[in-house]
Ligand binder design. Structure first.
Ligand SMILES: NC(=O)c1ccc[n+]([C@@H]2O[C@H](COP(=O)([O-])OP(=O)(O)OC[C@H]3O[C@@H](n4cnc5c(N)ncnc54)[C@H](O)[C@@H]3O)[C@@H](O)[C@H]2O)c1
Length: 242
């Protein structure tokens, strides 16, 4: 089956995004050569898991925006320490945008910067969250207020994971796909799903490569997000019960 390979061109921090069925089996291609151990971060709802040729441990984090928190980062740092994860090793986030935002920020903070690989399992993750290096967590004053730019070493968008993705989450992802349609005018609906996702990744990769730190044109990618964050805040969506 065809694998689409899209490059996010950021000089010495460039990386590949692989899109296709079964691409999780190609994880060795995107792991840093220095990595001797890995911590996999995932959720109980995610069945797709990588088979690794290096020693690893898996940490399951909570589900929902209220777990995208500094408390989760502290818990992960303690797990990293217990496992003996060094700066030359790798963190692997396997999940939707919530998991990859958390895994990215935990990796950015661990020893002031440890490699991270994202395996995106939701449509939002594949076309948006896992690409571009924005990482972070929520605090009660607002969403994604604490974070860092930390580019992954590679991203895998394994289309097999979409089989278990709830319909509601698929629709959320199609909303992000619509964003790329409005930004570019591309007829994305005319494409089959693998090509549609690969095209969205290409569009995002080009915008990120032109403005990595969002000093200008990258703000286009926030189309609709700022209003959505305000709605989430006013409805206490991510504060939850904690
Ligand atoms: N960093 C960025 O550039 C960026 C961009 C967009 C969104 N985000 C962030 O991404 C998050 C939203 O991402 P999301 O929409 O993927 O939500 P999510 O990660 O919360 O996932 C939604 C639900 O789907 C489940 N799920 C994910 N993949 C699954 C699969 N293959 N099978 C079964 N269940 C699965 C999750 O466990 C969760 O219950 C938000 O926190 C948002 O702030 C970040």
């Amino acid at each position: 089956m065809k694998t689409h390979r899209i490059k996010v061109a950021l000089g010495d921090r460039s990386y590949s995004v692989l899109v296709g069925h079964g691409v999780i089996d190609q994880i060795d291609e995107v792991l840093p050569k220095s990595a001797k151990r890995a911590v996999v971060i995932t959720q109980s709802t995610i069945t797709l898991q990588p088979e690794l040729n290096i020693p690893s441990t898996t940490v399951v984090i909570g589900n929902g925006e209220e777990h995208k928190s500094l408390q989760t980062i502290e818990m992960l740092a303690q797990k990293f320490a217990e496992f003996g994860l060094t700066r030359n090793d790798v963190v692997i986030g396997v999940g939707g945008g919530m998991v990859t935002d958390i895994a990215g920020f935990a990796a950015a903070s661990w020893h002031r910067g440890t490699a991270v690989v994202h395996v995106a399992t939701s449509l939002v993750g594949m076309v948006d969250a896992a690409i571009g290096g924005k990482t972070g967590v929520n605090i009660s004053q607002g969403k994604n207020l604490v974070g860092a730019f930390w580019q992954p070493s590679g991203v895998l968008c394994d289309l097999d994971s979409l089989k278990t993705l709830p319909q509601r989450e698929l629709r959320c992802g199609l909303g992000e796909v619509a964003k790329y349609h409005f930004l570019t005018g591309d007829d994305l609906l005319a494409l089959e799903m693998p090509e549609r996702i690969a095209r969205c990744v290409e569009i995002k990769a080009k915008i990120v490569a032109a403005d990595e730190r969002e000093s200008g044109s990258r703000a286009l990618l926030n189309y609709g997000h700022t209003l959505a964050h305000a709605l989430e805040r006013s409805s206490n969506f991510f504060v939850g019960s904690r």
